[in-house]
Design a protein around this ligand. Structure first.
Ligand SMILES: [Zn+2]
Length: 196
């Protein structure tokens, strides 16, 4: 593991590459695109995991102003997340909420480990485990495919919780808002919608 200073230097170097219009990772955005975004008119809000392999703007080939992105460990909901989504839907008129899970999610793995008798992680990380635990329990820790199945179940539970949210339920019922679940394939980069 490198030092915080080295990590910061690398991050800033990445920002300089971006500003100069010479990205090396192929994420096709430029400072000119940022300047041209004007008032934001996003058409979707994405809730995904913090996993560094799943950069949402990149994997959906988005540009500045096109989507709102919220990321938490295991895409766990809390009041700040819900308030953010309510803002985007209610104030910006966004018609689509996507919950994106991904394979080999560390937050789900930690939850499976804890429910299989491992030590609780403690701290606020325990909150993530508590929020993901119902999905793991529904699948059953003895299921040999508990990890991939719990990831799907957790996405679906998150979708249902959003559809039932006090300020989101009405636009969902009126057909003005869709809340969908999807999975990201780390190997192929493909996103597949889940039946909800
Ligand atoms: Zn994850």
């Amino acid at each position: 593991m490198g030092s915080p200073r080295a990590a910061l230097a690398e991050l800033l170097a990445g920002n300089r590459r971006f500003v100069s219009g010479q990205p090396i990772h192929g994420h096709d955005v430029t400072a000119a695109a940022a300047a041209a975004s004007g008032d934001q008119q996003p058409y979707a809000v994405l809730l995904g995991c913090i996993d560094s392999r799943v950069p949402l703007e990149a994997i959906f080939d988005q540009t500045f102003g096109s989507i709102c992105v919220i990321r938490t460990g295991g895409h766990v909901l809390d009041r700040a997340v819900l308030g953010s989504i309510e803002y985007v839907v209610g104030q910006l008129g966004v018609p689509l909420v996507v919950v994106l899970g991904h394979e080999r999610c560390g937050a789900v793995a930690s939850t499976v480990d804890t429910l299989c008798g491992g030590r609780s992680p403690g701290g606020s990380l325990a909150h993530l485990v508590e929020q993901i635990a119902p999905a793991v329990t529904e699948v059953g820790v003895d299921d040999p495919r508990v990890h991939p199945l719990a990831i799907r179940r957790h996405v679906l539970r998150t979708v249902r919780a959003l559809r039932a949210d006090a300020l989101l339920a009405a636009p969902v019922a009126a057909g003005r808002l869709a809340v969908v679940g999807a999975l990201y394939d780390l190997a192929t980069g493909e996103v597949a919608l889940l039946e909800t």
